[in-house]
Design a protein around this ligand. Structure first.
Ligand code: HEM
Length: 394
């Protein structure tokens, strides 16, 4: 019986324990922090199969938390707010058909074509950030965080001047180990802010995404959607930019490919996504009925934690998986998930990375870390992995 491995031996690789487990099989019995006996998935094939299987639910209230710190926080929040149910509009946490209604409404807003139309503006935002940087700099606060924040604000219609409120509260809500009062206060502050914003859109609609949903969604539903898009829309890409830059700076041969070969950029970004797997603590699903997979019986009610970092380093799918190789085939990586919840914003995230990373490396060809790699503070304490800060100079 295993417990969820979180301790990494090296900052850019998942815990070695995942590899040891994978050699023993795809599905492992795992004791959850609340004593629940569920499962951990470490192979690519089974991870993909479960994510595509609607006999597994993504509803939080059916799931057990796998990470001890997060389990403790969630437990204590439940004690404080026993009557709080699922948030309307938080469609990541819904199953079909409820999920389908929201997803249909939003899919048209996130098409490849629509995202491509944002390219010139993303390039302009990136150039603006690069112009403002002087050495030494923290690449997270000066580059990785502001670019996706500005982009998601413009897309949704959220004033960027209000970033302090949503960046601070998003950061708090993603911490794994948190005082429940702080978490509740953070949630309430962000919700109050978004309610005010929704009221102002109802009074004066603009051409941005949130206003486009006013006719189809009630205020509570729109709040859930705005919450999800705002947090998912900037923290994820921000961490990929920060961690991606760290990975390139510590692998100079790969950095040179990203900087010097425009034809290698798209695949290089996919490889960074695969290799770094920033969603490192889940997703979790709960079995709605007994399901047999790979010779094991997952019983109704049991929680299954799917390790995306383990699946993305499965040698059965990716030869020499631990090597960062920007030219390899990355087909089938699970960094954006799979199935009905597969990331809605993946094209946007890709476009942002494809523009921002090469632009950074070309603007500052002498870019280097301003501290030892071991001194870079890693986000092992957050639901989305990455670097807290990345001191660089050039
Ligand atoms: C590198 C950046 C990103 C990564 C690695 C990432 C990863 C993921 C993953 C793994 C899921 C599925 C979770 C599950 O199955 O439980 C997901 C869902 C989602 N992501 Fe992303 N994401 C990224 C960027 C974005 C951006 C930029 C946006 C918004 C603009 C976004 C919005 C969403 C939404 C709304 C969902 C829920 C979809 C649904 O339930 O139908 N993500 N993301």
């Amino acid at each position: 019986m295993t417990t969820f491995p979180m301790r990494r031996q090296r900052p850019l690789d998942p815990p070695d324990e995942f590899g040891v487990l994978r050699e023993q099989g795809s599905l492992h019995r795992m004791t959850y922090p609340d004593g629940h006996e569920g499962w951990l998935v470490t192979s690519h094939a089974v991870a993909r199969a479960i994510l595509a299987d609607n006999r597994f639910s993504n509803r939080t209230e059916l799931q057990h938390q796998a990470i001890p710190a997060r389990a403790k926080t969630v437990e204590r929040v439940k004690e404080r707010m026993p009557d709080s149910g699922p948030q309307p509009g938080m469609f990541l946490r819904m199953d079909a058909p409820e999920h389908t209604r929201f997803r249909k409404l939003l899919t048209g807003q996130f098409t490849v074509r629509r995202m491509k139309a944002l390219e010139p503006r993303i390039a302009e935002i990136t150039e603006g950030r690069l112009d403002a940087m002087t050495p030494p700099a923290d690449l997270v606060s000066e580059f990785a965080l502001p670019i996706p924040s500005l982009v998601i604000c413009e897309l949704l219609g959220v004033p960027y001047e209000d970033r302090e409120t949503f960046q601070r509260n998003s950061a708090t809500l993603l911490a794994l180990d948190l005082d429940p009062d702080v978490l509740i206060a953070s949630y309430q502050e962000l919700a109050a802010y978004l309610y005010r914003l929704i009221a102002s859109k109802r009074a004066r609609p603009d051409g941005a995404l949130l206003s486009g949903l006013l006719d189809d969604l009630g205020d509570d539903e729109l709040l859930g959607v705005a919450f999800l898009l705002l947090i998912a829309g900037h923290e994820t890409t921000a961490n990929m930019l920060g961690l991606g830059a760290f990975a390139l700076l510590t692998n100079p041969d790969q950095l040179a490919i990203m900087r010097d070969d425009p034809s290698a950029v798209d695949n290089g970004v996919e490889e960074l996504l695969r290799h770094l797997s920033i969603i490192h603590a889940g997703p979790i699903r709960a079995a709605l009925e007994d399901v047999e997979i790979d010779g094991r019986l997952i019983k109704a009610g049991e929680s299954v934690t799917i390790s995306i970092p383990a699946a993305n380093r499965d040698p059965g799918h990716f030869p020499s998986p631990d090597r960062l190789d920007l030219t390899r085939s990355t087909t089938g990586h699970l960094t954006f998930g799979h199935g009905i919840h597969q990331c809605l914003g993946q094209q946007l995230a890709r476009i942002e990375m494809r523009i921002a990373l090469p632009a950074l490396l070309r603007r500052f060809p002498g870019l280097r870390l301003a501290c030892a790699p071991a001194e870079v503070p890693m986000r092992s304490d957050m639901a989305i992995y990455g670097v807290h800060r990345l001191p660089v100079t050039w």
